[in-house]
Design a protein around this ligand. Structure first.
Ligand code: GRF
Length: 203
């Protein structure tokens, strides 16, 4: 089986990365995680990668003169590894336009809300403060906006009176781990047809 080369980019604790590694090990999708890139040398995600014999690379803006050099280096690292797809899993930086152009419709992100509601940071807190009764997670293609790209899959959770940011985050995270692997499977099975800003899931 010809497996696609996946690079995961993460800045933090890496639970979505771990869920994707598990899916890879189970051969749930036709892809292989070849590398994890982080902008944060202390990210737990890097440790998780190493524990699973996956190359762990730090590309931090602190090591570059300016944004341009950082962005160029990042793209080179991805190209050097012949990445087919890039999976953002808690990567806390805006993806540069040049990278979006180089990897058009080949970058996915997971966001902890039902987009287009609660884009940006602290989506779970935004949902609690707004008082919505339902929230969830969204896997989408990355475009030039923040959390605006074509939506692949969403999964909803209900919010009760007792929920707070922490309990809601936990509920959503459990859905994230299931939804991300499903979206990657659809992508690698070539079941996604992008029409404008809509993603049609083929049978
Ligand atoms: C997740 O909630 C994801 O939706 C968001 O960042 C968080 C990353 O968590 N983009 P983890 O590092 O995968 O545990």
């Amino acid at each position: 089986m010809d497996k696609k080369r996946l690079v995961v980019m993460a800045s933090g604790r890496g639970t979505n990365l771990k869920a994707l590694i598990d899916a890879d090990k189970e051969q749930y999708f036709k892809g292989k995680i070849i590398c994890v890139i982080s902008d944060n040398k202390d990210a737990k995600a890097l440790q998780i990668a190493r524990e699973h014999d996956i190359e762990a690379v730090v590309v931090s803006p602190d090591d570059f003169e300016g944004k341009r050099d950082f962005n160029q280096f990042l793209i080179k690292e991805l190209q050097k590894r012949e990445a087919d797809f890039i999976l953002l899993a808690g990567y806390m930086r805006i993806i540069p336009k040049t990278m979006i152009q180089s990897f058009k419709y080949r970058i996915l992100n997971i966001h902890p809300s039902l987009l287009p509601a609660f884009r940006g940071l602290d989506a779970q807190r935004q949902a609690i403060e707004y008082g919505v009764k339902v929230s969830g997670c969204t896997v989408h293609f990355v475009d030039a906006g923040v959390d605006t790209g074509p939506i692949i899959l969403q999964s909803a959770v209900s919010i009760s009176e007792e929920d707070n940011e922490e309990t809601l985050s936990k509920k959503i995270l459990a859905e994230e781990h299931k939804t991300y692997r499903e979206a990657v499977k659809l992508l690698l099975d070539e079941k996604l047809d992008i029409i404008g800003r809509k993603v049609k899931i083929l049978d």
